[in-house]
Design a protein around this ligand. Structure first.
Ligand code: SF4
Length: 373
C-alpha cells in the first residue's frame, strides 16, 4: 500500500476536484509517474472518491488499520454480521492491499483508506492495479472503478510477457519449440505407463477403427507381442496382422519398449507412428476446434466423415487421453499457430512428415484449407 499510493495527495471523502495538484508526500514508484504527458507533471487525474454516509463515517472512525466489520461496535453494524463478517476492511500501509475487484464499483467498503475515513479514490485503486498515472479511464466513476477492477494489472502482464519472450529466446527458433521438446522428453516415460503394444494393436492391427472393448478383448488373449508372435493358425485378418506385426516389432532392438523401435518397424505407417507417439505422450488438450483440426488433418479423416484409417476413438484419445501437459501444449500450439484453418503453415509444422493432409492436400469432408507446400 505504501509503495503504491503514499505519495498521492491526501483528499477527503467525496473529493471531486479533477485533476488535483500533485505534490508528492514521498517518492512515487518509478512506473507510476513515468510517461505523464508534458504540462501535466504537477497534476494527478481521477483522484476522486465517494462521499461517506454519516453512519459509515462513525463506523470507519472505529476501525484501526487492518480492522474489519467485526471490529466496529454492534450498534454501528448495518449489515447482518453473520453473513458479512468482513464487509468493511481498513487497509494497512505496510501490507498488500486486498485484491482490487470490479465489486469496488458497487461499494468500496473492502478498501477503506489506511488513514483517511473514506474508501479508495479511482486513482488509488488504479495505482494498486499498477496503472501508471498517464492512463485515464472512461465514463462515470462506477465505470472507471469497473475498468480498474476487471483489468489484468499492467505490471503482471509485463512480467508474463517478459517471461514468455525469455522462453522464446532460449528456444531453437522453431515455431513450437517448447511443446515439441516436452513431447520428446516425456515420450519414453509415458510408454512404460501406457504400453506400446496396446497402442500398436489399436492403431495398426485394428487400423484405429475398433472399439475399446474389441481392443481390450484382443489384448486379454494376446497381452504382449510375444503372445501374438506365438499365435497358432490365426483365423482373422486382424490376427494375421497382429502376428506379423509382433514378429517385426520383436526383431527391433528395443522391441515393444521404445519409440525408435516402433518408428523403425516395417509396416507401421508414419501417420500411425505419429499418432502413437502423440497418444503415448498423454496429451489432454482441451477438446477445442483447433486441436481436433490438427488431429483430423494428421490422420486424414474428417471427424464427421468416414472412419477410414483412424477412428473417432483415436481422435478423441488424441484430444482427451492422458495427463501430460507437454503434449497438450504441443497440440494447442500447433493448432493455434501453425495448423491454421486457412493456409496452414505446413513448412514449419513438426507433424508435417506424418500428416495426411500435407501429403494429399485435403481430407475427407474438409474443403476449408489447402496445404502450403
Ligand atoms: S502439416 Fe500442415 S496440415 Fe498437417 S498438421 Fe501440420 S500444419 Fe496442419
Amino acid at each position: 500500500m505504501r509503495t503504491a499510493i503514499f505519495d498521492l495527495p491526501t483528499v477527503p471523502a467525496g473529493a471531486q476536484e479533477d485533476p488535483v495538484e500533485y505534490e508528492p508526500r514521498t517518492d512515487p514508484p518509478d512506473w507510476a509517474r513515468a510517461g505523464v504527458p508534458d504540462g501535466t507533471e504537477h497534476y494527478v487525474f481521477d483522484h476522486i472518491c465517494r462521499e461517506v454516509r454519516g453512519d459509515d463515517l462513525e463506523a470507519f472512525e472505529q476501525l484501526a488499520p487492518g480492522g474489519t466489520y467485526m471490529d466496529i461496535p454492534q450498534e454501528l453494524r448495518r449489515y447482518d454480521d453473520q453473513s458479512f463478517t468482513d464487509k468493511y476492511k481498513r487497509l494497512e500501509w505496510d501490507l498488500p492491499s486486498r485484491t482490487i475487484t470490479a465489486h469496488i464499483a458497487r461499494d468500496g467498503y473492502w478498501y477503506i483508506h489506511p488513514e483517511t475515513h473514506r474508501t479508495l479514490s479511482i486513482r488509488e485503486a488504479a495505482r494498486l492495479q499498477t496503472f501508471p498515472d498517464w492512463f485515464r479511464f472512461a465514463g462515470f466513476p462506477s465505470n472507471r472503478y469497473t475498468q480498474i477492477g476487471n483489468a489484468v494489472p499492467p505490471l503482471l502482464s509485463y512480467a508474463l510477457g517478459t517471461a514468455l519472450l525469455a522462453a522464446d529466446a532460449s528456444s531453437d527458433g522453431s515455431v513450437v519449440p517448447r511443446g515439441a521438446a516436452l513431447l520428446r522428453a516425456t515420450a519414453d516415460e509415458y510408454w512404460e505407463a501406457l504400453g506400446l503394444w496396446e497402442l500398436l494393436v489399436q492403431e495398426v492391427v485394428f487400423n484405429g477403427r475398433a472399439s475399446h472393448g474389441r481392443v481390450r478383448e484382443f489384448l486379454e488373449r494376446y497381452p504382449t507381442p510375444e503372445h501374438a508372435a506365438e499365435m497358432r493358425a490365426p483365423r482373422h485378418d486382424h490376427e494375421r496382422r497382429a502376428a506379423s506385426l509382433a514378429c517385426r516389432v520383436l526383431k527391433e532392438k528395443g522391441g515393444a519398449g521404445d519409440l525408435e523401435s516402433i518408428r523403425r518397424t516395417a509396416g507401421v505407417p508414419p501417420a500411425a507412428a505419429l499418432l502413437i507417439e502423440s497418444l503415448a505422450n498423454g496429451g489432454r488438450p482441451p477438446r477445442s476446434e483447433s486441436t481436433l483440426r490438427v488431429a483430423e488433418r494428421v490422420s486424414g479423416v474428417h471427424r464427421t466423415g468416414s472412419l477410414n484409417g483412424v477412428s473417432q476413438v483415436t481422435l478423441s484419445r488424441i484430444a482427451d487421453f492422458g495427463t501430460d501437459p507437454g503434449s497438450n501444449q504441443l497440440l494447442l500450439d500447433i493448432g493455434r499457430n501453425v495448423c491454421l484453418a486457412e493456409n496452414p503453415l505446413c513448412d514449419e509444422c513438426p507433424l508435417a512428415q506424418a500428416c495426411s493432409f500435407r501429403r494429399h492436400g485435403s481430407i475427407v469432408g474438409d474443403r476449408s484449407a489447402k496445404a502450403v507446400s
